[in-house]
Design a binder for this molecule. Structure first.
Ligand code: B3K
Ligand code: ZN
Length: 855
């Protein structure tokens, strides 16, 4: 039998299954503690496999087997070899061609606190099967390359009984599209639906339903609108039509992640469905739109074409993230979306790539696959697609995607299939490009330039630091969009796309009258760390003149990063040139408010810590916190006379609307309020905004600003009192109190919050709302006595016993520990070792903590 210790699964060891599955019939007899699952599965031998005869090996975890039979013949106990991971029937009992397996198992949804498989959330039954939750429902070859059609019957008292596909009758479902088991879903509960309809491009009518708890129907309109826009966009931009009579979304309160793309029955964390102006922020609306689109887009990139094995996860996730980013850009502003995406990429993926959890976009081994739903697989995976599109051009990209859908519909595919499609469609050799999938780490691109006799030369040098398991790296294909500016700020020649493919490579362009100012890596055309020192005067020039919105913003960001680094390491004070540049942004009414808001935002404390590490120094979280605060104060003083006007002019009249334009104004208004409050002893403007706000964006931003300013006590109490019956808003209350708390007292505050009766920590949203924001408040988390680390470790150990998946993900909060001084490192290490040594630690957390420790 299989070893009981968690094994390492390797891509190189992939073998096709011995048996395929044609059809699956499931009957669920629902009961909170003893649900019966009756399965009838038709198998057929995989004729490509020769080294038979084969045993029947089925995955299964936490299942109580009641009966099993093959072709109607009951199997005796001693004919079924069971262990904790599944069962095996010896080959002499298994027909090697076609046969029917039937089994009845019992499971306990109420006892399932890991929220994987069939579980209960506030009295409602729901499922989460990706990646390997189906094996907690019944015995099955639980791997994505086994695709089958499912018929499901649900017996239970609930008025709403849902599963995938088309509805046959109440509680009976048939999904005509073959799918892997990870896309199976079941929901049963006392739910109501918010309905609409969509007519597809070929004229078919599709019913759309969002299922929520009674009382929440009035918070579904935005999600429905986003769904309809997504369906239309996928038809228009990718030619993809929906393929069932019905598309359903269910909102669930207890969920380990954002949402899940189960075929025809998406299950969502309720925070990414429910929204009203009073209870959801602009950011919530934006995320709802993006996540609804993401899950819907999976219907083609993920469901119709799925992954052969879990190593290929980026095949569906990278592509689907890329598609949702395109969609959000089309719906809102491409410039703002790109900056937001790069900020995310740097803060999550570059951080991951620089630390002990670094892994390639397509990992080559894992212990627990749930640990690989990472920023690298998702966000870097999307960047790789963006580069591919840039390199082959828009028309060739469209051609390749059409070929991908035509060639692979209904299949479980690999990255090799994906690359082959692009090679075949475009005739381009992508063998070097493919390194983006296998090499971990963020390439560094060092650039120098020179000018002589009208010839301008750019010299590129790429390198990549060793990452765990990969000491040496080969040069990758790095597309570098570059513009050239005249002294008056105009473009000298049209933008160039340099394809850097060698370790060292130069490009020359002649015909310049004078040395141009280059604008390198426009649009952040490759996920690399650009090393091209430009002085403050040049950066200010680019901030003022660059026609590429990303690099314009980037110039401002580099200016503030450089200044803050000087303040932290050398005790410099804010200089007038910087403050003047920021004041120009405050006053520039020709720029989009959302864009101005982004430009006025200072780099996060975490980003500054990494920047200091990059200079070879050790970051001091207190010094970083103080420098940021001092710079914000200097900006406030510089613009003291402008802020009241900016604040007033950004107020949005009329009823609240979450559209990008209105949200952008509110965002800039918040920036103005935050600066203004630094100049007011009594925080009067923020207090007034808090008291008068008619929407959550303005109420919550005022609360956060008041807390940061040390004036938040009354507002916090009032906020709690007003919203105590709304779980999602109370999550925001916990999160804001933890993230905005001033470092000196933050630990005391969050400790008290962790004892609050509403800190229902087994709910993942609530747990993440308190522990996550505290650990992302660096000066608080990294307090020198180590008590911040202990607080977080205590909670992680406690949660691991209930919910390994959420715990393991949050262990990543410690991934940057080697950045810090010896004293802090020792304190963190001690806590990591405590977690690693906790009795019965899950394999999820043990894999992550082991890697972080470097074990
Ligand atoms: N595919 C799911 C994520 C599943 C995570 C499993 N631990 C959501 C998404 O990416 O759309
Ligand atoms: Zn996804």
């Amino acid at each position: 039998m299989r070893p009981s210790q968690a094994p390492t699964i390797r891509l190189s060891e992939y073998t096709a299954p011995a048996f395929w599955v044609d059809t699956v019939d499931l009957t669920f007899k629902l009961n909170p503690t003893a649900t019966r699952v009756i399965s009838k599965i038709t198998f057929k031998g995989n004729t490509d496999r020769t080294n038979g005869p084969h045993d029947l090996q089925l995955d299964g975890r936490n299942l109580k087997l009641i009966t099993a039979s093959i072709n109607g013949k009951p199997l005796k106990d001693d004919e079924i070899l069971q262990d904790t991971e599944g069962l095996r029937i010896p080959h002499d009992l298994v027909p090697q061609d076609n046969f029917t397996w039937e089994a009845e198992v019992e499971i306990n949804p109420e006892g399932n606190t890991a929220l994987e498989g069939l579980y209960m959330s506030n009295g409602m039954y729901c499922t989460q099967c990706e990646a390997q939750g189906f094996r907690k429902i019944t015995y099955y070859p639980d791997r994505p390359d086994v695709m089958a059609t499912f018929t499901v019957a649900i017996e239970g008292d609930s008025p709403v009984l849902l599963s995938n596909g088309n509805k046959v009758k109440h509680g009976k479902w048939h999904d005509p599209w073959p799918k892997p088991a990870y896309l199976f879903a079941l929901v049963a509960g006392d739910l109501v639906s918010y309905d609409d309809q969509f007519t597809t491009m070929s004229g078919r009518k599709v019913d759309l339903q969002i299922f929520v708890r009674e009382g929440d129907q009035d918070k579904c309109a935005y999600a429905m609108d986003a769904l309809i826009r997504s369906m239309k966009w996928d038809e228009e931009v990718y030619g993809r039509e929906y393929d069932l009579d019905l598309f359903m979304i269910v909102a669930v309160d207890d969920f380990n992640m954002g949402a899940m793309e189960n075929k025809g029955l998406n299950i969502f964390n309720s925070k990414y469905v429910l929204a009203s102006p009073e209870t959801a922020t602009d950011r919530d609306y934006e995320l709802i739109e993006g996540i609804i689109a993401h899950e819907y887009f999976h219907n083609w990139t993920g469901n119709r074409i799925t992954c052969r094995d879990w190593f290929q996860l980026c095949l569906k996730e990278g592509l689907t993230v890329f598609r949702d980013q395109q969609f959000s850009g089309d719906m809102r502003s491409h410039a703002v979306k790109r900056i937001d995406d790069v900020l995310q990429l740097r803060s999550r993926q570059f951080r991951e790539d620089a630390g002990p959890l670094a892994h390639p976009v397509r990992p080559e081994e894992y212990i627990e696959i749930n640990n690989f739903y990472t920023a690298t697989v998702y966000e870097k995976g999307a960047e790789v697609i963006g580069m591919l599109k840039l390199l082959v051009g828009d028309a060739q990209y469209d051609k390749a995607l059409t070929l991908y859908f035509d060639r692979h519909d209904g299949q479980a595919c690999t990255i090799e299939d994906w690359i082959a499609v692009f090679q075949d469609a475009t005739g381009r050799d992508l063998s070097q490009f493919k390194l983006w999938y296998s090499q971990a780490g963020t390439p560094r691109l060092k650039v120098t330039d020179s000018f002589e006799d009208g010839v301008y030369t750019l010299n590129f040098e790429q390198s990549s630091a060793p990452t765990p398991d990969q000491d040496t790296k080969n040069p990758q294909v790095i597309p570098v969009r570059t513009g050239f500016l005249n002294a008056d700020g105009s473009e000298t020649i049209s933008e160039q796309l340099f394809e850097v493919t060698k370790a060292k490579q130069s490009f020359t362009i002649d015909g310049f009258d004078a040395k141009p100012t280059p604008s390198i890596l426009r649009g952040f055309s490759a996920p690399v760390a650009l090393d091209f020192p430009q002085d403050d005067t040049t950066l200010a020039f680019l901030l003022a003149n660059d026609s590429d919105p990303f690099n314009k913003w980037e110039a401002g960001r580099t200016l503030s990063m450089n200044l803050l680094t000087r303040m932290i390491l050398k005790g410099a004070t804010p200089d007038d040139a910087f403050l003047d540049a920021m004041r120009t942004v405050v006053l520039d009414e020709n720029l989009d408010p959302a864009y101005r808001s982004l430009t006025l935002s200072l780099p996060s404390e975490d980003a500054l810590a990494q920047a200091i590490v990059d200079t070879g120094k050790t970051p001091d979280p207190d010094a970083i916190y103080k420098a940021r605060k001092a710079l914000a104060l200097a900006m406030a003083k510089k613009t003291a006379n402008d802020l009241p006007k900016l604040y007033a002019s950004m107020s949005v009249d009329g009823a609240y609307s979450p559209d990008a334009k209105a949200a952008g104004k509110r965002s800039l208004r918040t920036k103005a309020l935050s600066l203004l409050t630094k100049l007011e002893d009594d925080a009067a403007t923020a207090r007034a905004q808090f008291a008068n706000a008619d929407n959550m964006t303005e109420q919550l931003s005022a609360l956060s600003i008041l807390i940061s300013a040390g004036h938040g006590a009354d507002a916090s109490a009032a906020f709690y009192d007003q919203w105590k019956d709304d779980k999602l808003v109370i999550d925001k209350w916990f999160a804001t109190l933890a993230s905005s708390a001033v470092p000196e007292t933050a630990l005391e505050k969050v400790t008290a919050l962790s004892e609050h009766p509403e800190f229902t920590w087994t709910n993942p949203n609530r747990f993440r709302s308190l522990i996550g924001p505290f650990a992302m408040n660096p000066a608080a988390f990294h307090r020198a006595d180590g008590k911040g680390y202990k607080f977080v470790a205590d909670w992680l150990i406690k949660l691991d016993a209930k919910n390994p998946q959420t715990t393991a993900r949050m262990c990543g909060l410690f991934e940057t520990w080697r950045r810090y001084d010896d004293n802090r490192q020792a304190l963190i290490k001690a806590q990591l070792e405590r977690i690693a040594g906790a009795p019965n630690l899950s394999k999820d957390s043990s894999e992550i903590v082991g890697k972080i420790l470097g074990a």
